[in-house]
Design a binder for this molecule. Structure first.
Ligand SMILES: *Cc1c(COP(=O)(O)O)cnc(C)c1O
Length: 434
């Protein structure tokens, strides 16, 4: 965006990547509800198909509304380019396929989102892509898991439901010593609270379904390339960027597009093109509207979540509150360092009592809650409750669940935009004599 409009975060949320341009254009980015684009002549069409000229051919690969979203999220993260796709799951998948898809190996945190665990240990295993899971706080485990086939380290900046805060700098340094990039999923963190590229992450993935959209209306996903990883340093390790790309007349992506461009070109021209997880223009537009209020929502939700966590920490029916904003939490110091503006509003607590019978007590608690809604989502304007062991993390083995810090007693909350006093009263009423 032009610097005359201002470079502050809130300004970028509302203005980055869109200029109305002519009186025919509205003030708000339009929804380009079109499947394809008319070419001026056959020569232009042929140039576009051969990547000799940049432009749009067909909305499976790119759409103007989606491009505004891509540039806007890149501007918020401080990255060089971005690719938006149909869901967070698709963003994680195409990112990891682009980096490790040719029989590579991934080292990933134990604390990942359940859907990502499914992707890595089942679908990617079917594809011959290896994965080793490690405790994200164990530097030696990250180092020990790296093999000559490793092509990426992957973790979440703030995990859920336990809200472990990643030491991004530590894991980025380990990745870079091994000559591979660090990819982080920063869905829970959001660029309003943390910009992982400033701490060494090379690629940042979001489920835009959550805080970016912010109102629980639309699925979407984005990956941002910070432009920091040099695929040319060890060219034989990254043939997808440095060897001739046969489908485009032996073009070499790294030579043509370089840092901050080659990755997005590969993701779009190969993985999104071939697999088809395209973002609809309408969903791109919904997410753009959501982003305009990102920092306001996130700061209000963070403050509300902290107030709710402080209430729960004092409640006799609650054994533990997993919120890194609370002193004494294992990740409190790290949260102060990486999240000085506040901790995300997704956190959890453990009900007091044995794990035996916990699901029944949690079912009673959830039945009584009136304001918190039982929904498998986070980052909504509404406050949501979930039981990870029987919902989002139900595919994990008991050992994997334990490694992620989740017990049968764990209840996840995502604080919305309601009055904090109503949310606290709702929990107070529901926690009586469980
Ligand atoms: C929801 C979520 C995803 C998957 O995103 P979808 O948009 O649901 O496909 C990935 N990572 C995290 C941390 C999530 O919360």
């Amino acid at each position: 965006m032009t610097s005359s409009r201002g470079t502050g975060f809130a300004t970028r949320q509302v203005q980055a990547a869109f200029t109305a341009g002519s009186p025919a254009f509205g003030a708000v980015p339009p929804i380009h509800q079109t499947a394809a684009y008319e070419f001026a002549n056959l020569e232009e069409a042929a140039d576009l198909f051969a990547l000799r000229r940049t432009g749009i051919i067909y909305s499976r690969n790119a759409n103007p509304t989606q491009q505004v979203l891509e540039e806007r999220v890149a501007a918020l993260e401080g990255g060089l380019s971005a690719v938006a796709v149909a869901s967070g799951q698709a963003a994680v998948a195409v990112t990891l396929l682009a980096l490790a898809g040719r029989g590579g190996h991934i080292v990933a945190a134990d604390q990942l989102y359940g859907g990502t665990v499914d992707l890595l240990q089942e679908t990617f295993a079917d594809f011959g892509i290896g994965v080793t899971f490690v405790d994200q706080d164990d530097a030696d485990a990250w180092r020990a898991a790296i093999t000559p086939q490793t092509r990426v380290l992957f973790a979440e900046t703030v995990a859920n439901p336990i809200a472990q805060v990643l030491d991004i700098r530590l894991v980025a340094d380990i990745a870079h010593e091994a000559g591979v990039p660090l990819v982080v999923d920063s869905t829970v963190g959001t660029p309003a609270l943390i910009r992982p590229g400033e701490h060494g992450a090379d690629f940042v993935v979001h489920s835009a379904t959550k805080f970016l959209s912010g109102h629980g209306t639309s699925l979407g996903g984005v990956v941002v390339d910070m432009g920091s990883f040099d695929f040319g340093a060890e060219p034989e390790k990254w043939p997808q960027f440095t060897a001739p790309y046969t489908r485009f007349g032996d073009l070499v992506l790294w030579e043509r597009f370089g840092a901050g461009g080659a990755f997005a070109a590969l993701v779009k021209s190969k993985y999104v093109h071939d697999l088809g997880p395209s973002l609809s223009p309408f969903n791109a537009w919904q997410i753009l509207v959501g982003i305009e209020t990102l920092d306001l929502r996130v700061s209000r939700q963070s403050a509300t979540a902290l107030a709710v966590a402080e209430f729960l920490a004092e409640h006799p029916a609650v054994a533990r509150v997993h919120h890194p904003g609370l002193p004494g939490n294992p990740w409190h110091e790290r949260a102060l360092h990486y999240l000085p503006q506040g901790v995300p509003s997704v956190f959890s607590f453990d009900l007091a009592g044995p794990e035996d019978g916990a699901p029944e007590r949690i079912a009673r608690l959830i039945d009584r809650l009136q304001t918190f809604r039982l929904v498998a989502n986070i980052g909504d304007a509404r406050s949501l409750v979930a039981h990870p062991a029987s919902m989002t993390h139900s595919h994990l083995s008991p050992a994997q669940r334990e490694a992620a810090g989740i017990s049968l007693n764990t209840v996840r909350l995502s604080a919305g935009l309601e009055d904090p006093t109503d949310l606290i009263a709702d929990l107070r009423d529901a926690l009586v004599e469980l």
